[in-house]
Ligand binder design. Structure first.
Ligand code: SAH
Ligand code: SF4
Length: 452
């Protein structure tokens, strides 16, 4: 989401005549686009901000801003900790950043914009000026989150759910496809709740959106990030199953395999309820692969709870997992709980879950040998010049030998002929589609560096 919002910020500045530099020493304006989900990312921002004090002293006209979740979370206090910061801009206000810079240049000492905004973040018609040329694009379909997982800072910094009108999203995707995009990654914190904040009568849904996207020629793949198990229903599972573009590699984070921990996290489901949602999805799409997020070391998590997470990982056979060590966030309700799992134990549990995930993935991918699927080329493998890699329809990595006119964003019908210990090895049966105009690279982190 931050990459996407970065494109919108970049667009706002480019339209006002700014240009970009990778060298902070040459910049007139330096903005930090931040994440608050874990403490580490915030501390990195403070570290780098500290390093800018001298530059600001030398050049008092330099404008420094902190944008996004960290601005919302720390608010006014950020000015106190970092007196050389001029702008603190929350995640619903960044389209106004160029005007905020004008305010600072006009003599205002500190500009602070937080919380809900009068206008929606996304304009009805998106200008694509800020987009790096690429065959793949992010598109936000909703903002905010209405749930209250106890560890999570997102609802308090990003606000309540605001879904975008369906026609606007479709229009934006049509424009992207005309500019050479063949893959879109639809974004939302609980993307399967898309539309539920509209009045019930005639409201849009993710299922309806998938159906409409099916009519866009040359849109070859649609990815969804990220689902909440509670909102998965049969209508959505059926829409995914009939979509010709839906990438059957889906993030449905479980977080923990222990019911007491899930309850303490207020995730809104038990292990058995999660199991039923997974069954619903896999009954509709037997080849579906799943991705999970996990938090290890949540307050009170015992060794036995951790074993239950390992068992759940094995039971659901995820293809990929992101594992996070619990980080207490001021503003999230679990902050009140004693962070009683020692750091060393969190680390061990983290490593154990990742090692188990590696084992599971290494047994799942070879089972795809012999299958026919569709492969989206993403890039050339390091070292082996000319060998392309990408993911097949259900997310497994595959490599394709060098060939004439191969390019990123090309979509091939392939036969998975072997397994090289890491990826499938594929043979192209035919070219199914490719970007309409040259669209060289994947979206890159903009404004210099990215870290978490
Ligand atoms: N909306 C998504 C998650 C958004 S945050 C969902 O509900 O799945 C991305 C991930 O960061 C979460 O899935 C969780 O695993 C992790 N996370 C969030 N808050 C955290 C915290 N306080 N400590 C550690 N990990 C956290
Ligand atoms: Fe955070 Fe839970 Fe909302 Fe995800 S669903 S953003 S984890 S509160």
């Amino acid at each position: 989401m931050n990459f996407y919002d970065g494109e919108l910020m970049r667009e706002a500045f480019l339209l006002r005549g700014y240009s970009e530099t990778d060298d902070p020493k040459l910049a007139d304006v330096i903005l930090f686009h931040t994440c608050s989900v874990r403490e580490h990312a915030e501390e990195r921002v403070h570290g780098i901000l500290g390093g800018l004090r001298a530059q600001k002293k030398e050049n008092p006209n330099l404008v420094i801003g902190v944008v996004g979740c960290m601005a919302d979370r720390e608010g006014q206090a950020l000015f106190e900790r970092e007196p050389h910061v001029d702008i603190v801009c929350g995640s619903r206000h960044f389209p106004q950043l160029p005007s905020m810079v004008d305010q600072v240049l006009g003599g205002e000492e500190r500009v602070l914009e937080l919380g809900e905004a009068k206008a929606p973040v996304d304009s009805p018609i998106r200008d694509l000026t800020g987009r790096p040329s690429s065959w793949s694009a992010h598109v936000a379909v909703m903002r905010g989150c209405d749930l209250n997982c106890t560890y999570c800072i997102v609802p308090s910094v990003r606000g309540r759910v605001e879904s975008r009108p369906l026609a606007e999203i479709v229009h934006e995707i049509q424009a992207l496809v005309q500019s050479g995009v063949v893959e879109v990654q639809l974004l939302g914190q609980t993307i399967d709740s898309y539309g539920r904040d509209f009045p019930k009568e005639g409201r849009p849904s993710l299922a309806a959106l998938l159906d409409q996207l099916a009519d866009i020629p040359n849109l070859l793949r649609v990815k969804l990030i990220t689902l909440h198990p509670a909102y998965v229903d049969q209508e959505l599972a059926d829409a995914m199953a009939r979509s010709p573009q839906f990438h059957r590699f889906l993030p449905v984070p479980l977080q923990s395999g222990s019911n007491p921990v899930l309850r303490a996290m207020k995730r809104g489901y038990s292990l058995d309820q999660y199991r039923r949602k997974v069954d619903m999805l896999r009954n509709a799409m037997p080849d579906l692969e799943l991705i999970s997020d996990w938090i290890v070391g949540f307050p009170g998590e015992t060794d036995a709870d951790h074993v239950l997470s390992q068992e759940a990982m094995k039971e659901f056979q995820f293809l990929q997992s992101y594992v996070f060590q619990y980080s207490p966030r001021p503003g999230a309700s679990s902050f009140e709980l004693l962070d009683d799992v020692p750091m060393s134990v969190k680390k061990t549990r983290n490593h154990e879950l990742l090692a188990l995930q590696r084992e599971i993935s290494a047994t799942r991918t070879p089972t795809m040998q012999g299958r026919t699927s569709r492969l989206m080329l993403e890039g050339v493998t390091k070292g082996d010049a000319g060998i392309w890699y990408g993911r097949i329809d259900n997310g497994h990595y595959a490599v394709l030998p060098a060939g004439i006119n191969r390019k990123a964003g090309q979509f091939h019908e392939v036969k998975c002929v072997g397994y090289n210990g890491k990826s499938l090895t594929a043979k192209s049966l035919q070219l199914l589609g490719e970007p309409a105009s040259p669209a060289p690279s994947m979206s890159l982190p903009i404004f210099g560096q990215s870290f978490s």
